[in-house]
Structures are given as structure tokens and as C-alpha cells.
Design a binder for this molecule. Structure first.
Ligand SMILES: Nc1ncnc2c1ncn2[C@@H]1O[C@H](COP(=O)(O)OP(=O)(O)OP(=O)(O)O)[C@@H](O)[C@H]1O
Ligand SMILES: [Mg+2]
Length: 223
């Protein structure tokens, strides 16, 4: 079967005025559908950059990225945005919930943006799985960090993305809440065969994945 993610000699150089900052220095990565992959490595080694490139949020400088058979580098911005909305769920390290919306609205908004309208069955299934039934009417300030992170995960997966990209989803959580979020990721992976790439500094988090990719200085050093 074709891999869901395939990169070849992926490179990314950021430019800060005249200074060039190489963030990715030749990444070859293949991920099969249904895999749960943890990405680990020291600060600054290029983990977030890699996730942003895979999610179509940042363009690579050179190299190719195929996501579900589509080449981002050959798409227009509009096509890439549309593709991203339909195929990719992103969980950011900081939760990015909209503060004036309730948990329910924060989750459902992804379906509205995607344009397919509200799907109550999917909504119910995800909310129950993440244990958020009792919290739906609350706004983010009245939710714990772990609950906010679960809402962010619900929002990322509500539209049934082919790929879930999570940048340190347990980064701001205590160990109990981290465990809750990790169990959710595991369940999503097992129940829906959700493909997941998760950046983490947390050894417990890396341990729930099927596969661990170690990065250093913009490269993959072990897989
Ligand atoms: N927008 C940017 N402009 C210039 N340099 C950047 C930019 N974003 C990241 N970098 C640099 O690129 C390199 C990789 O950054 P990246 O954010 O991918 O690291 P990371 O592995 O996610 O680190 P952390 O674990 O601290 O989040 C670093 O040297 C960083 O300083
Ligand atoms: Mg990062």
C-alpha cells in the first residue's frame, strides 16, 4: 500500500535578514496509514518545522512531500488550504481554543469551516470517547488544562482527518492529565486507525507510540 506520508530529501532554510537558519537538512520519512509515530529530539532540531511542512503550513525549501498521494509543493495556496482542512488535524502545543466559544462550539467550528456542516453522530462519538459530555457548555477559562487539550484534540479529529499532527500535546500538562491525553491518542489510533504523528519531550508519551523517530540538527538519526 502507498504510504500516507512520504518525504524525500526534505530541506528547509529559514531566512532572518541575511542569516540563513537551516532547520531541516534532508529528511526522508515514510509513514503508513494507521501508524502512531512519536517524534523526539532536542530543542531546535527541527521537529515543529517538520510537522508544519507535513501539515502544509510551511513550504519546504527543497525536496518533496507527498501526503496521501498529493504533492504540496505543486499545489496552489488555495488548494493546499482546502486539502489541509479535509485531510489534516492539527493539535498545537498551546491550545488555541477560542475563548468566547463554549467547548461544544470550539469543536463544532471545525466542521463548519470545512463546509460539510455539523455531523451529530461523529460529534457524539468523539465527545464520548474524550469524556467531554459534561463540559460542553463551558468556555475554555472554566476547563482544566487537560480538558482544554482534550477539546483541542476533539476539534482536530472531528472532521475525520486522515492524519493527526500533534505538537507536544502533553507539553503543558501534569502527569495525570498527560496520561489522559495519551490514552485518548492511543484509543483514537486503535479505534479509528487514526494515523498520528506526535512530537513529544515526554518519555511516557513516546512509549505509547508504535514507532519513535529521533531527530538531531535537522535530520532523522534513528527510526
Ligand atoms: N520562523 C523562523 N525563522 C527563523 N528560524 C526559525 C523559525 N522557526 C524556527 N526556526 C529555527 O529553526 C530551527 C528548528 O526550529 P523548530 O521550531 O523546528 O525546532 P523544534 O525541534 O520544534 O524545537 P522545540 O523542541 O524547542 O520546539 C531552530 O534553530 C529555530 O531557531
Ligand atoms: Mg517545536
Amino acid at each position: 500500500m502507498d504510504p500516507i506520508i512520504a518525504t524525500r530529501d526534505l530541506r528547509k532554510v529559514y531566512r532572518l535578514g541575511r542569516v540563513e537558519v537551516p532547520a531541516l537538512r534532508g529528511v526522508d520519512l515514510t509513514v503508513q496509514e494507521g501508524e502512531f509515530v512519536a517524534v523526539v529530539g532536542p530543542s531546535g532540531c527541527g521537529k515543529s518545522t517538520l510537522l508544519h511542512v507535513l501539515g502544509g503550513l510551511t513550504s519546504p525549501s527543497t525536496g518533496s512531500v507527498l501526503v496521501d498521494g498529493n504533492d504540496f509543493t505543486r499545489m496552489s495556496d488555495a488548494d493546499r488550504t482546502r486539502f489541509r482542512r479535509h485531510k489534516i488535524g492539527f493539535v498545537f502545543q498551546r491550545f488555541n481554543l477560542l475563548p468566547t466559544l463554549t467547548a461544544q462550539q470550539n469543536i463544532a467550528i471545525a466542521q463548519h469551516i470545512q463546509g460539510n456542516g455539523f455531523n451529530p453522530h461523529r460529534f457524539q462519538a468523539i465527545v464520548e470517547m474524550l469524556g467531554l459530555q459534561e463540559k460542553l457548555k463551558r468556555r475554555p477559562y472554566a476547563l482544566s488544562g487537560g480538558e482544554q487539550q482534550r477539546v483541542a484534540i476533539a476539534r482536530a479529529v472531528i472532521c475525520e482527518p486522515k492524519i493527526l499532527l500533534a505538537d507536544e500535546p502533553t507539553g503543558n500538562l501534569d502527569s495525570e492529565n498527560s496520561q489522559v491525553v495519551l490514552n485518548m491518542m492511543r484509543t483514537l489510533n486503535r479505534t479509528f486507525r487514526q494515523t498520528i504523528l506526535m512530537i513529544t519531550h515526554n518519555p511516557e508519551a513516546a512509549a505509547v507510540a508504535d514507532r519513535i523517530i529521533r531527530m538531531r540538527d535537522g535530520r532523522i538519526i534513528s527510526d
